[in-house]
Write a protein that binds this ligand. Structure first.
Ligand code: ZN
Length: 296
């Protein structure tokens, strides 16, 4: 190997390392722009390569799911406008869960649009404290974000309605206390297959993060039972269009080239949804077993 190629390799390695300013979980895919596109009906993708944001267009305005990082806001805005919508028409802001990669941009978006911020009950205090009351990360200042006022507190099964469109909030706790899985299955929001509406599911997160205590957790005593409940809920939801809080959950970067090549059913993946939920449940069960059998 000559000096020149060694230099090139070192440069590439350095470029692939996380920046010092990045937090432990961050990857470049969180901030990499991604083309906005229509998933089905009036449901659009407006997120980055991995931090998923969704836009639902209605005759009475727009609903946005996930504000993502503070630095994501201009990217989301650009995606919304590239699709031909006005950012200021966002009337309702929703999130997948109260972690900064899905909600740090909320205060900015509310300020720019005047959108009503609607959050699941058990995540409200975390949002309104800017992350300080998070059961796992509350004491970590690097996990904080701009606090935002919640205009409407959602509960399990709450519906969000705008312009004839209905979204349903399903409490799927564990990852946070108020992790929310969103479903859209009204006729008109999604296209139909054989005359029936498609069911879209946006998974909030079924993941057990590194360092999560599933046994003897003093700040979230029911955490293991919460995850178990979440997998029951996810298993019971009818799903045609498989989506989630991160593009990685549902294979965004693998499916999008198919969509781009003309396969506009690329995100219809009920088998992929079932397989993902099963794999995540098994990962949770394995981690629970590991923690239960670990010596104190
Ligand atoms: Zn999270």
């Amino acid at each position: 190997m000559n000096f020149r190629s060694l230099f090139l390799i070192c440069t590439l390695l350095a470029a692939s390392l996380p920046l010092a300013a990045q937090k432990p979980f961050e990857t470049p895919s969180w901030t990499a722009p991604f083309p906005p596109f229509r998933i089905a009906g009036n449901l659009y993708y407006v997120g980055s390569e991995d931090l998923a944001s969704y836009l639902i267009a209605t005759p009475d305005g727009l609903i946005l799911i996930n504000s993502s990082l503070e630095s994501s806001v201009p990217l989301i805005r650009q995606s919304v406008e590239t699709l031909g919508f006005h950012f200021k028409d966002i009337k309702i802001l929703l999130i997948s869960h109260a972690h900064y990669d899905h909600c740090a941009g909320s205060a900015k978006i509310v300020q720019l649009t005047g959108a009503k911020y609607e959050v699941m009950d058990a995540d409200v205090s975390v949002i309104e404290s800017g992350g300080k009351t998070d059961f796992n990360y509350g004491a970590d200042p690097t996990m904080r974000y701009a606090a935002a006022h919640v205009d409407r507190i959602l509960h399990d099964g709450s519906t969000v309605r705008l312009g004839g469109v209905v979204l349903t909030a399903h409490l799927t706790p564990g990852h946070t206390k108020g992790t929310t899985t969103w479903t859209l299955d009204e006729p008109g929001i999604a296209e139909t297959v054989n005359g029936r509406p498609l069911h879209a599911v946006i998974i909030g997160s079924p993941n057990v993060n590194a360092g999560y205590k599933l046994v003897g957790n003093k700040t979230f005593p029911g955490i293991a039972a919460s995850y178990k409940r979440t997998f029951l809920v996810l298993n019971a939801l009818p799903c045609d269009i498989f989506l989630g809080a991160h593009g990685g959950y549902f294979g965004l970067t693998e499916k999008y080239p198919r969509w781009q090549a003309g396969d506009h059913d690329a995100f219809i993946d009920p088998a992929g949804y079932k397989a993902y939920v099963t794999e995540r449940r098994q990962a949770f069960e394995a981690e629970l077993k590991r923690q239960q059998s670990a010596k104190p």
